[in-house]
Design a protein around this ligand. Structure first.
Ligand SMILES: Nc1ncnc2c1ncn2[C@@H]1O[C@H](COP(=O)(O)OP(=O)(O)OP(=O)(O)O)[C@@H](O)[C@H]1O
Ligand SMILES: [Mg+2]
Length: 494
């Protein structure tokens, strides 16, 4: 049977550096194919060549039996039946959900005006397919990142597709939405629609894909049947060495050395929420999207003003009004949205990594060497794939951008570090290194709070877990009693 997609001998360079070397990649009709590889391996670049966003330097793309001209545009690829959900969200904040979904192909009335009623109804129907009840007339700006992701998915399936590329669709989704997405993928496959699925959550690959293709450093490594390999095998193919996972134990530090305490926080979203984190403790927050975890963290950093409630650091009440206040109070906050709040995209790796460190040490003389050493250490330890520390972060692959957003706080010297989705889109190898650094910081006495929608992550790194549901704390578990089903029980609060 002829392949639906056959990419052969694809090469691509950026600024003279080759990032794809003679890569072959093919997909059958109705097949769900995983595409794996470390951060910077070339997954997004390969798919952007397919989508008509980048032009390959060499090699052919054969889609539905025809060679695609190199200069085919994204729109032409759409018409041929190819749709792509991008790793970085591409929505226009000031437009409504429906306007984003039907941008430049809005339904019209016979007189030629935009038929808003039909557009909103169609958008609502698409969202309903994804289990989302959001009003399609709402502006995208008001949405949480997971909801934005669902809008991107709705947009991608609103086209007549034969091949759907999903670049990290679940990196910001929790269990419930991920299950809905997997049902949708099963549905598409049963209609003979093929899917290319990119994810660093390797377990998902065995749940949803039939085959997996692995890239390493821009080279094709292997294509395997998913039922013939384990998650560990995939990780080994990606990294080229075996990955050892760290194990977590219960907190053994001083239970009375409370570094951060949040008391009685109530606003329209949160209901009488309070918790404590001790010196050197790693505390996790789990829950479904909309449980209020991010909102709670925003209260600590003064981004949200609650009706009641108080934040204490080392037993003293603090009122953080700005990011600078937070930094001065030795607080750190890795935000969930690296593009909006985590990075200065037009600046280089060195400046981004040292941004907080520099703010803190303003007025004190620090030689350039200290800053360069910070950056060098992070590039090495987190394996940040870049040409040099002077590379703009906007040119890094998604996972490598996340590593820089994280590095900024890892070198900041914060005593209380809150991390919202810290390893979003980060590959397995770097993830283990990040967990090691988090543990080292905890051992040095930093109190750490991790909000994560990735349950295996919570189980791997957190000594204690608080579970939230609809703005309330519904459960607390020590690592020794932690299981996925217990967390889900409290998260759904049934
Ligand atoms: N527009 C660009 N300009 C310069 N370099 C780029 C550009 N896009 C990608 N690169 C480089 O190409 C390489 C491959 O990046 P790509 O985004 O394809 O990786 P990826 O496999 O998708 O990684 P991730 O898992 O982090 O998303 C990286 O080294 C990256 O820095
Ligand atoms: Mg990518």
């Amino acid at each position: 049977m002829a392949k639906l997609l056959n990419m052969q001998g694809i090469c691509k360079s950026f600024f003279g550096v080759e990032v794809l070397h003679n890569v072959d990649f093919s997909v059958d009709k109705g097949e769900v194919m995983a595409l794996c590889g470390e951060n910077g391996a070339g997954k997004s670049t390969l798919m952007k060549i397919l989508a008509g966003i980048y032009i390959q330097d060499a090699g052919d793309v054969v889609f539905k039996g025809s060679i695609i001209p190199k200069n085919a545009t994204p729109l032409e690829m759409h018409h041929l039946g190819l749709s792509m959900i991008h790793q970085e969200l591409n929505l226009l904040n000031e437009l409504t959900i429906a306007q984003n979904i039907f941008l430049r192909r809005e339904p019209r009335t016979p007189a030629g005006f935009i038929n808003f009623n039909k557009m909103n109804e169609d958008a609502a129907a698409l969202l309903a397919k994804l289990g989302e009840k959001i009003d399609p007339r709402r502006k995208v700006r008001e949405l949480k990142i997971a909801q934005k992701q669902m809008v991107e998915i709705a947009k991608a399936i609103s086209f007549n597709v034969e091949l759907l590329v999903m670049d990290e669709p679940t990196s910001v989704l929790t269990g419930k939405e991920t299950t809905i997405l997997f049902d949708l993928i099963g549905n598409l496959a049963s209609q003979d629609i093929a899917v290319v699925y990119i994810s660093h959550r390797l377990k998902e690959i065995s749940d949803v894909c039939q085959k997996v293709t692995v890239l390493r450093d821009g080279y094709f490594v292997a294509t395997k049947n998913v039922n013939e390999v384990t998650v560990k095998d995939i990780a080994t193919l990606m990294v080229g060495r075996e990955i050892t996972e760290s194990a977590v134990t219960d907190f053994t530090g001083d239970p009375d050395a409370v570094m951060l305490e949040v008391k009685n926080v109530t606003d329209h979203m949160l209901q009488d929420v309070g918790f404590k984190v001790r010196r050197g403790e790693i505390l996790g927050f789990s829950g479904l999207v909309g449980a209020g975890r991010t909102e709670l963290m925003e209260v600590i950093f003064g981004i949200r003003k609650p009706r009641t409630g108080q934040v204490f650091i080392n037993g003293k009440p603090v009122a953080v009004r700005s990011a600078i206040d937070a930094i001065k109070s030795n607080l750190g906050f890795v935000t969930e949205d690296r593009k909006e709040t985590g990075l200065v995209l037009c600046r280089d790796i060195n400046e981004n990594t040292n941004y907080v460190f520099w703010q803190k040490n303003k007025g004190m003389f620090k030689s350039r060497k200290v800053y360069t050493a910070n950056t060098k250490k992070m590039i090495e330890r987190l394996n940040i794939r870049c040409n040099s520390p002077a590379q703009n972060v906007s040119n890094l692959s998604g996972g490598n951008q996340q590593k820089v957003a994280l590095a900024k706080w890892l070198v900041s010297g914060a005593k209380v570090l809150v991390m919202d989705e810290p390893t979003r889109g980060v590959d397995v190898g770097a993830r283990q290194e990040i967990y090691r650094i988090i543990k080292e910081l905890a051992a040095e006495g930093v109190a750490i709070v991790i909000v994560s929608s990735d349950l295996p992550e919570i189980l791997t790194i957190c000594e204690r877990v608080i579970v939230m549901h609809e703005g309330r704390i519904t459960g607390m578990l020590q690592s020794s009693e932690l299981t996925e089903s217990k967390v889900m029980y409290y998260a759904t609060n049934v």
